[in-house]
Design a protein around this ligand. Structure first.
Ligand SMILES: [Ca+2]
Length: 414
């Protein structure tokens, strides 16, 4: 964060001051900038959006940052890795609405889509899994819900012998964004496993278990309550065009249970953003102190992956809020606000929680002593506001309801 004195704000407004003094009517040079309650982006509500590939770089409307990827199938629009869906006025039907949130404001579901089909195993497993050799009583998988093997409700129980070549595979071609994409992208796979032994696995052609070029990769295992989080990245370096499966085996010496599999692209910017030129706001952007806020809550039909018996959709466990100055250099304020009750200690801003409605206002401010120093006469975007329904430390699928984004200016500091 560039640190400049409050004099910088006054300097930015100096031309206005001179103009005002030269005219017969002495105008207030800070007209429009004194009211720190004014929402500068009132004209850019969440309904003002262009989520198309062509519109991804538009300013003054909400766009998908990930639409700008150079990958051909992203540029063409391709798969919707995130969705933004209106769900009606926050005060519809006389619903409780906290002070400061307009009952007429439209709430939207913001979701980072889970690319893993049937990853909660609460339904039947489709064609995405297979055991080799098939119909072998020593190597197999099935869905379990009792017996101490289950994790969240129904789980996938995997049994693999120690015989070379035996494995239980997941067909990467069944990921939601399609077979052709897999070898071109980088993905993060997250799941919960119940075992402490290291699970080794190979990447292999889905239909060819005799492949001798299998690669062993050690996944990351983090403690997750009484279970562990199994994490792995896979990309084109690991996946040739013929490598279309994750195969669990080749060194597995014990059975294990898997649940809540979540897969996301880790090579794109999974964010909803609002690019702003100075003239896109009212009043226009000038150098100084800003506050960006958004209301958020857990959708009623979603559950945190940490909840017992979790079924999809997963509720976003965090919402990352960011203000990014784009020029003359990049500086930002950002915070990943937990939405699931985890402790939080933001450096700046804070939250206002309304227990009766479940809405929480997430308030982001610049760090102490920092302000934005962009050129207020720029014809290009100088500021980007963005929202991501996960913690920046680890993207994971999830959905959150959001409403009423606001950008405020503080003439004399916070
Ligand atoms: Ca489950």
């Amino acid at each position: 964060m560039r640190r400049t004195s409050k004099a910088a704000t006054a300097a930015a407004l100096a031309p206005l001051l001179i103009l005002g003094a030269a005219s017969c009517n002495i105008a207030d040079p800070f007209e429009g900038y004194r009211d720190s309650a004014k929402n500068l982006i009132a004209a850019s509500g969440l309904g003002s959006s262009d989520l198309s590939a062509a519109g991804h770089a538009s300013s003054g409307v909400w766009t998908w940052a990930w639409r700008g990827a150079t990958d051909a199938d992203d540029a063409a629009g391709g798969f919707d890795y995130m969705t933004l869906t209106p769900v009606g006025a926050v005060g519809a039907g006389g619903a409780a609405v906290p002070e400061g949130l307009d009952p007429a404001a439209t709430a939207y579901r913001l979701e980072l889509v889970n690319l893993m089909p049937n990853g909660d195993f609460e339904g039947a497993v489709g064609g995405e899994w297979a055991a080799t050799p098939a119909a072998d009583t020593n190597t197999y998988f099935n869905i379990v819900s009792t017996g101490g093997q289950e994790i969240n409700g129904k789980s996938l129980y995997v049994k693999v012998t120690a015989r070379p070549g035996d494995n239980v595979r997941f067909n990467l071609g069944t990921l939601a964004d399609g077979t052709a994409s897999v070898a071109l992208h980088t993905y993060a796979w997250l799941s919960i496993v119940n075992t402490s032994p290291v699970i080794t696995y190979k990447l292999a052609p889905f239909d060819d278990v005799t492949d001798t070029e299998n690669q062993l990769i050690s996944p990351n295992l983090d403690q997750f309550g009484s279970n562990k989080v199994f994490k792995v990245l896979f990309n084109e370096q690991l996946l040739g065009s013929d490598r279309m499966a994750l195969a669990f085996g080749l060194g597995n010496t014990s059975d294990f249970t898997l649940d809540d599999v979540r897969v996301v692209r880790s090579d794109i910017e999974n964010r909803l953003r609002l690019l702003l030129k100075p003239i896109d706001t009212s009043p226009s952007l000038v150098r100084g102190y800003y506050e960006f806020s958004i209301w958020a809550r857990k959708p009623g039909d979603a559950a945190f992956v940490t909840d017992a018996g979790t079924a999809e959709p997963y509720a976003a466990r965090s919402l990352t809020v960011r203000m990014l100055q784009l020029s003359p250099d990049q500086s930002s304020a950002e915070h990943s606000y937990p939405l699931d009750g985890r402790a939080d200690s933001p450096d700046w801003g804070g939250t206002v929680y309304d227990a009766s409605s479940g809405w929480v206002k997430l308030v982001l401010r610049l760090a102490e002593g920092g302000n934005f120093v962009f050129d207020p006469r720029s014809a290009e975007p100088v500021l980007e506001l963005s929202l991501a329904p996960y913690d920046y430390a680890q993207a994971e699928p999830g959905v959150v309801e959001i409403a009423q984004p606001e950008l405020r200016f503080f003439l004399n500091g916070y």
